[in-house]
Design a binder for this molecule. Structure first.
Ligand code: SF4
Length: 137
């Protein structure tokens, strides 16, 4: 598309650095399934709260699921805390694809929270899960 001077406009492409993502260099990575249910979203909120408490660095399970080499390498080289929403355990299955064993694995439905597609009580349910997880971390 030409600029106001009539010259063709150059597009600025910003390429990400190979390992440029949240969590790089962290001693502990926290991954969550972040699924589309209350418990999936609670797993994500718990990950964020644990990051805020300094218990580890939130990391992208999607990057690992996509098989991006830097995500796989980082996850293999570091202690991983994994939070799944329900027993389908998408996060655990993803880690297994790359032979990664999490040091800690939590399943939100095992913490007294029923899976549903209602997002009405996310804050209270997140606090309930967080209390139990942080006690064990
Ligand atoms: S573990 Fe359960 S809540 Fe999480 S993404 Fe898989 S099916 Fe959804």
């Amino acid at each position: 598309m030409p600029n106001e001077m009539g010259a063709p406009q150059k597009r600025l492409l910003i390429m990400p650095k190979k390992n440029a993502c949240c969590g790089d260099g962290a001693n502990t990575l926290i991954l969550a399934c972040s699924g589309a249910s209350n418990v999936g979203q609670i797993s994500n909120s718990v990950m964020v709260e644990m990051n805020k408490k300094g218990l580890g660095s939130a990391y992208c399970l999607a990057g690992l699921g996509a098989g991006l080499p830097s995500f796989v390498e980082n996850s293999k080289a570091t202690k991983v805390i994994l939070i799944d929403g329900c027993p389908v355990a998408c996060g655990k299955v993803t880690l297994e694809k790359y032979g990664i064993e999490p040091k800690e694995h939590y399943v939100i439905t095992e913490l007294g929270i029923k899976k549903s597609h209602s997002f009405a009580d996310l804050e209270a349910e997140t606090n309930k899960a967080l209390k139990q997880i942080v006690k064990n971390s």
